[in-house]
Design a protein around this ligand. Structure first.
Ligand code: ZN
Length: 294
């Protein structure tokens, strides 16, 4: 089964929801970055959220960047998503190994430590929208819940989970984002809160084999969820030699001249997919001709 996101509304549009299954893309990221279990879970949660938040973007060319910086051994991670729920990401230290936390779970909060979560939305305007909050627990879901409340003033519940197999491959991954609209009634809010208090962790729902649709039926019981669409979500890098060339040109003539002066091939590595792009001094010279600024 490949990864997908469902979205819709409940309680006569007082609630909007997203839920997803992301095992394939999280396993793809694990292989790509050869990440440890705790870092597979950490990045997997952020990638899962990225897909759902990508769906919230208004313009088809808009992009979203989620960035966590922390003082823990993982130091941080970055996820980029587009409006078609294509996601990519990397962590600074993908091989961190930590003992399980007090609940016997992968210690994502311990790996990230204290720090900040930034959400940057590039909507093709001069200045991208950006919001930043302090990490609450570093467990990612809690931090995004806090971000939505503080930066976007949307009361939300974000649940994200990655469950590993004994051989350290990804068994299942997924999550949900439930949001209250400003006109939500106390009745709808109370029902939702009662339902959410029964959901101890997304991992439990995933372990029980629930699909995104079943997860929503469970969380929005009594609130008449209506599914509007199903969208694929996948790990897509989209880097190319052409894009790397444009990035090099943007460095400017001076910077490119200093690379030429070194008289060596340079290799640009894509952090998102590991692909290498090598340029010979003559090629850099040609790029320098195209550079606009010094
Ligand atoms: Zn790439």
């Amino acid at each position: 089964m490949s990864d997908y996101i469902v979205r819709g509304t409940a309680a006569n549009d007082q609630i909007r929801f997203f839920a997803s299954t992301t095992r394939e893309l999280v396993e793809h990221a694990r292989k790509l970055h050869n990440s440890s279990p705790v870092m597979t879970a950490a990045l997997g949660r952020l990638l899962t959220a990225g897909g759902m938040m990508g769906c919230m973007l208004k313009g088809s060319k808009d992009t979203l960047t989620l960035q966590i910086k922390g003082d823990g051994p993982a130091r941080g991670m970055t996820v980029v998503a587009d409006a078609s729920a294509n996601v990519k990401g990397y962590s600074i230290e993908p091989q961190v190994i930590l003992p399980a936390n007090a609940q016997g779970k992968l210690d994502v909060g311990g790996a990230l430590g204290k720090g900040t979560l930034s959400v940057i939305k590039d909507m093709g305007l001069k200045e991208p929208y950006s919001g930043q909050v302090d990490l609450q627990t570093g467990e990612v879901g809690d931090d995004l819940t806090y971000y939505f409340a503080v930066s976007e003033q949307i009361p939300s519940s974000v649940g994200l989970g990655v469950l590993m197999n004994k051989d350290n491959t990804v068994a299942c991954a997924g999550g949900f984002i439930i949001q209250l609209m400003p006109f939500a009634t106390d009745e709808a809010i109370n029902t939702l809160e009662a339902n959410l208090s029964q959901v101890h962790s997304v991992t439990n729902l995933l372990r029980a084999g629930l699909t995104p649709e079943q997860m929503i039926q469970h969380i929005l019981k009594g609130l008449d969820p209506e599914f509007s669409d199903t969208l694929p979500t996948a790990y897509v890098c989209g880097c190319s030699r052409d894009k790397v060339e444009r990035m090099l040109i943007s460095l400017g003539k001076k910077e490119l001249q200093s690379i030429i002066d070194d008289d060596k091939d340079i290799t640009v590595n894509c952090e998102f997919c590991g692909k290498n792009y090598t340029f010979m001094p003559d090629e850099i010279r040609a790029l320098k001709e195209k550079a606009q600024r010094d």
